[in-house]
Ligand binder design. Structure first.
Ligand SMILES: Cc1ncc(C[n+]2csc(CCOP(=O)(O)OP(=O)(O)O)c2C)c(N)n1
Length: 678
């Protein structure tokens, strides 16, 4: 968990150590120098209005309430301060009044290393205590967006995160975003207040509702806590579910009697024993007979491919994964709601070689939480299959297996790296490379066709837009591993997904993964940006770098106001908006002229101007050259001032019509680059 001192530096620091373009930018071009001058001028003109009250609040010392030491039965009484609270500032020994339920819960969250909380105002007793103990907290503009920000933080890091909203309206605002997090198996703790037990059902005052049925089908575990003395016990339930097996959403709702209950000493709390006793970190290892079988099957295969799922990322098992791949020249494709745990650029990556994967003779799925139905992946039907999964119940669902193994992903990959005989597979490596080259060639051919449309119309075709972003991020002066990217939208998604790359763990987040929501893109970028700003987990080497999100004009409108939150916390997000004046699915109504208006917005709205009014930098572009220059300026501003930028890329809605501007586009084949389903 980040120390308490970190937020101060991260939130108020200037990121100068990182530099405007990242660490590999020693020799910058004269264009870049000119861009910097321009950017600095622009930055001065920006309307950042972060108040002293925000700055003071972020600098305030954390404080943790503890039961008085003399009390018997108290786990914490007399114990040395556990290392994870060493930076929590002075403990507040209770003066005989004891601790509130909210304080007990906040302490538990801190002991569990809750990485961050994202919320909109409400559920006051809980969020105030969680902030006060020193857990990094972010307050934004809507509950739904902050829920997606939490999702983004977790997808970028694998950490357990929380979001929170007030009873009734705040909680229900999060529903789409909880659904998206649930589909991504994000270890997300959803917290909400829920009026008073005493006014349940009687409509005394306002806002009561039964919350738990609303998250039915969108969570791993949930509980309305109704017995105050069980608040710690149910906190333990929550973290057991968040940190065991296949993770998922946990939803707790707190009536006021629970959050405000007073406990004079810890003996008044049920099951008040520490983390090391209410939860186990033990994980299953592979059985030796099955391991021998798996090794034999891989050794005999000519064209084996390993699909490294989300579980490989969450278990941070990318090193043994790389050892396995290189030891026996096995193709690897990463999958899941975050990409990069196997680098796209690696010679053994199959992430752009779907044509070659159609010839695979063995598939090994490791930690694949969302198993595709056969036919959704470019693998031969009936291919011999090994599935390694941390829980037994899912093995055999959708996809027939020849060998099912219950094992932790990391334990399995370590055992495999040890046990596999070394083997060269020159033909397979050659076929993977040939398939990748062919795909790249096809992409460039498409690009030149779409570039003509751009030149003729003086607006940016989204495919051209995304190729430009690709060149800037991976082929210019920036370290190609540096920038965390996110993408969403429909037409813009078809174009962003084939051009974005993931070359290190946690580098790319397909916002639309599995659930397909429009709208959380910018909010998720805020959360992922917070993770990069803090350098949490796999983001550590790129601490302070800007994140880039590519989104449509419809999706962006859901979360545009979170630019204010980016400004407040100085999280530099570069938001590239493809502005085609419509919901990209307007072509669905081509045979219903009277329905067309349902999809259309005003023409050429200036989202860049709106962004400027919220303390971000705005750019308006219509050509590839203008976009390139705007990207340079936005990186300069992010590096120098932690300023966010919105780049409004003017397009044409007719580009979505594949008959007018052929060829029509669609999502990429899966698994690999562009995957969003599994
Ligand atoms: C919250 C939500 N509403 C509606 C949809 C249905 N839908 C899928 S894509 C899309 C169009 C998105 O438009 P935009 O974000 O502007 O991206 P574009 O396709 O224009 O690039 C719609 C309406 C959805 N998936 N999610």
């Amino acid at each position: 968990m980040p120390s308490q001192d970190e937020p101060k530096d991260a939130l108020h620091g200037s990121n100068d150590a990182f530099g405007p373009y990242g660490r590999s930018c020693a020799g910058q071009t004269s264009t870049a120098t000119a861009a910097r001058a321009h950017a600095e001028q622009e930055g001065k003109d920006s309307s950042l209005r972060v108040s002293q009250a925000v700055t003071d609040s972020l600098a305030a010392s954390p404080r943790r309430a503890e039961f008085a030491p003399q009390q018997a039965n108290s786990r914490l009484a007399g114990d040395p301060v556990p290392p994870q609270h060493a930076n929590s500032g002075p403990a507040l020994r209770d003066a005989g009044e004891g601790l509130t339920g909210a304080q007990v819960f906040a302490n538990l969250c801190q002991d569990e290393g809750l990485a961050a909380l994202f919320c909109a105002a409400g559920n006051y007793h809980i969020i105030d205590e969680i902030a006060q103990v020193g857990i990094p907290c972010y307050g934004g503009r809507t509950e739904g967006n902050m829920c997606s920000a939490a999702d983004g933080f977790s997808r970028a890091t694998g950490e357990v995160v929380a979001c929170s909203g007030t009873e009734g309206p705040g909680f229900t605002h999060m529903i789409m975003n909880i659904g998206a997090a649930n589909a991504a198996h994000t270890p997300l703790l959803v917290l909400a207040s829920n009026t008073r037990l005493a006014s349940e059902d009687n409509r005394k005052f306002i806002q009561f509702m039964y919350q738990q049925p609303v998250t039915e089908g969108m969570k791993k575990y949930g509980k309305r806590i109704t017995v105050p003395s069980r608040i710690y016990e149910y906190g333990a339930y929550a973290f057991r579910h968040l940190k065991s097996g296949v993770p998922g959403v946990v939803h707790l709702d707190f009536p006021e009697e629970v959050a405000l209950a007073r406990f004079k000493d810890s003996s008044e709390l049920a099951c008040y024993f520490g983390r090391e006793r209410y939860r186990s970190d033990s994980r299953p290892g592979p059985a030796s007979r099955e391991m021998r079988q798996a090794i034999a099957m891989i050794a005999q295969a000519e064209r084996p491919v390993l699909i490294a799922g989300h579980g490989v990322f969450l278990r941070q098992a990318w090193e043994p994964l790389m050892q396995v791949a290189e030891k026996c020249e096995m193709a690897v494709v990463g999958s899941g709601p975050v990409r990069g745990h196997f680098p796209d650029e690696h010679r053994l990556s199959g992430s752009m070689s779907n044509q070659a994967l159609l010839k695979a003779d063995l598939a090994v799925f490791v930690g694949q939480y969302e198993m595709p139905p056969e036919g959704d992946y470019t693998l031969p039907r009936g291919v011999k299959t090994i599935r390694v999964h941390p829980v037994q119940e899912d093995i055999g669902r959708n996809w027939p297996v020849d060998l099912g193994m219950v094992s932790d992903e990391k334990h399995f990959l370590e055992a495999l790296a040890d046990g596999l005989p070394a083997r060269k597979r020159d033909n397979w490596v050659h076929e993977l490379a040939a398939a990748r080259q062919e795909r790249e060639r096809e992409q460039l051919e498409l690009y030149s066709q779409f570039l003509k449309y751009t030149r003729d119309s003086n607006t940016l075709h989204p495919f051209v837009l995304c190729k430009e972003v690709h060149d800037f991020l991976y082929r210019g002066s920036i370290d190609p591993k540096q920038t965390l990217t996110l993408w969403g939208g429909n037409m813009i998604g078809f174009c962003a997904s084939p051009w974005l790359r993931a070359n290190r763990p946690g580098q790319e987040i397909p916002v639309v993964y599995q659930f397909g929501p429009m709208g959380p893109e910018l909010a998720m970028a805020l959360g992922a940006g917070a993770a990069v700003q803090r350098g949490t987990g796999p983001q550590a080497p790129y601490k302070g770098a800007p994140v880039v999100v590519i989104t449509g004009d419809a999706g962006m409108a859901f979360s545009l106001f979170e630019l204010d939150t980016c400004a407040k916390y100085k999280i530099p997000v570069i938001c590239i908006v493809y502005n085609n004046n419509c919901w990209g699915t307007y072509t669905f109504a081509e045979r219903h002229p009277r329905a067309q208006h349902l999809y259309l917005f005003q023409d050429n709205l200036r989202y860049d101007k709106m962004a400027e009014l919220m303390g971000a930098h705005g750019e308006y572009v219509r050509t590839p050259e203008e976009l390139r220059a705007a990207l340079q300026r936005s990186y300069e501003l992010a590096g120098r001032q932690n300023l966010s930028t919105l780049i409004n890329c003017q397009g044409l809605r007719e580009f979505n019509d594949g008959k007018l501007y052929p060829p029509p586009l669609g999502f990429a084949p899966e698994p690999g680059v562009g995957a969003m389903m599994h």
